[in-house]
Ligand binder design. Structure first.
Ligand SMILES: C[S@@+](CC[C@H](N)C(=O)[O-])C[C@H]1O[C@@H](n2cnc3c(N)ncnc32)[C@H](O)[C@@H]1O
Length: 220
């Protein structure tokens, strides 16, 4: 188990407080509105679903959501949300592992996850993620931007040879972790997602970036 996985396993019970941060509220309302609109009527695959904050919102308008996370502790919270709907299926699975069968989802979402993907495993994650998605599927992702305030608040602890940026996190139980937290710009997404994406739209909110695209036909 790597440090990011252990950190989120132990952070599960306090994770949702991040969604109460006052400076994030205006952006979060915009994301919530967009996510329910984008996935309306779709069958959505969601890796690294965590405590299911976004799963619950997607499920309001989607036909079905298949949400996975490597940590059983976060999944337990996700499953226990009182309004989790019958159209949601949670499963413990690794986001770096490809789908067993043929792609069957016409929507894909990854929230606050790309920043934690090890750069040396980005190609593996992208291949695994898209193995679940049919051509024409809509993808919507978002994560934190590196703002001036955030840089000051949470400094870089180190970088590694693969270009990963690390930062220190402390939990209420006193546990200290050094986890990967990478920040990306539009150029990165246009280059790395190009084999999979058409009609890619990158946007910046005050605290977050969003990415929306349609999955291309696979190149024969
Ligand atoms: C920052 S949280 C995001 C949770 C959720 N998507 C959200 O936006 O609230 C990152 C999540 O990734 C999960 N995770 C870490 N490594 C993973 C892996 N290899 N496969 C699947 N999930 C993983 C952690 O357990 C954690 O729940």
């Amino acid at each position: 188990m790597n440090e990011t996985v252990t950190y989120y396993a132990q952070r599960a019970r306090e994770y949702d407080r991040v969604y109460d941060l006052p400076p994030w509220q205006a952006d979060l309302r915009r994301l919530e509105e967009q996510i329910t609109r984008v996935f309306a009527g779709r069958r959505v695959f969601e890796p690294a679903c965590g405590t299911g904050y976004w799963t619950r919102l997607i499920a309001r308008s989607a036909t079905e959501v298949y949400a996975i996370d490597v940590n059983e502790t976060t999944l337990t919270i996700a499953r226990s949300r009182h309004d989790t709907r019958a159209n949601v299926r949670f499963e413990q699975r690794d986001a770096y592992v490809a789908c067993h069968g043929a792609p069957s989802f016409d929507g894909g979402h990854a929230g606050f996850w790309i920043s934690h993907v090890d750069r040396s495993r980005m190609a593996t994650f992208l291949a695994a993620f898209h193995s679940y998605l049919m051509a024409g599927a809509i993808v919507f992702m978002m994560d934190e931007r590196e703002t001036e305030g955030r840089r000051r608040h949470v400094p870089t602890s180190r970088t590694d040879g693969a270009g990963n940026r690390y930062e220190l996190r402390r939990l209420e139980n006193g546990g200290e972790f050094e986890i990967i937290k990478n920040f990306y710009d539009e150029t990165f997404f246009r280059e790395r997602f190009e084999p999979y994406a058409s009609d890619l739209v990158y946007e910046e909110l005050e605290h977050f970036w969003t990415l929306r695209y349609r999955v291309r036909e696979p190149i024969a």
